[in-house]
Ligand binder design. Structure first.
Ligand code: FE2
Ligand code: FE2
Length: 195
């Protein structure tokens, strides 16, 4: 049991992933191929037949991971462009886009659809969300900043990165996640410590 296997084949899956992911036109051709391989590998190693079946979270079981990933990427690109325009931030778009598009690449391996909602996989009890994605990305040769930022992005990680890409991902991720929480009738993250 290895948790996942790298899948360079699955042409129908490659095509579906390319049609789904927003922002692939903003990265270099080599990085684009690796991003697609990462998502295909997670998908092939998951219990899901279709991308549309992948859940975003047990808290919002009807919100698709498909939607969340593109929500985060679009928001993150807006924020990164703002930081570049107003603050002169130098953005490495291959790194920034890899982090946004791949931050939740391990979620298909973390959650399972059950009769009464979304539950947690065995793997999710052996390795934390983010760390499995980082392992997969390391195996595919992504740069250290991508690996470390994905590894530590989750809200319950012991610490978070201090690089700009980590902040952009965080605010994009929570902005998008709170929309899914609103739609599910759940308490948004922003309200959780309000009392
Ligand atoms: Fe996440
Ligand atoms: Fe996320």
């Amino acid at each position: 049991m290895s948790g996942y296997t790298i899948d360079h084949s699955s042409n129908s899956r490659r095509q579906a992933v390319e049609e789904w992911l927003w922002g692939l036109d903003l990265v270099s051709p080599e990085v684009r191929e690796k991003i697609v391989t990462a998502w295909v590998s997670s998908w092939s190693s998951s219990p899901y037949q279709e991308l549309a079946e992948m859940p975003f979270s047990p808290s919002a079981p009807d919100y698709r991971l498909e939607w969340h990933v593109n929500d985060v990427t679009r928001t993150g690109v807006d924020l990164a462009k703002r930081a570049a325009a107003d603050w002169g931030a130098k953005i490495d778009w291959d790194v920034m886009m890899s982090i946004l598009i791949l931050h939740d690449v391990d979620k298909p391996l973390m959650y399972t659809r059950e009769a009464d909602g979304v539950g947690y996989s065995q793997l999710s009890k052996e390795l934390p969300h983010g760390v499995v994605g980082a392992m997969l990305l390391k195996e595919l040769g992504f740069p250290h900043t991508v690996v470390s930022t994905v590894a530590t992005h989750a809200g319950n990680a012991p610490f978070h990165g201090s690089n700009l890409e980590a902040y952009v991902l965080h605010y994009g991720d929570y902005f998008a996640a709170d929309r899914a929480m609103f739609l599910a009738g759940k308490t948004p993250f922003y309200q959780k410590h309000a009392k």
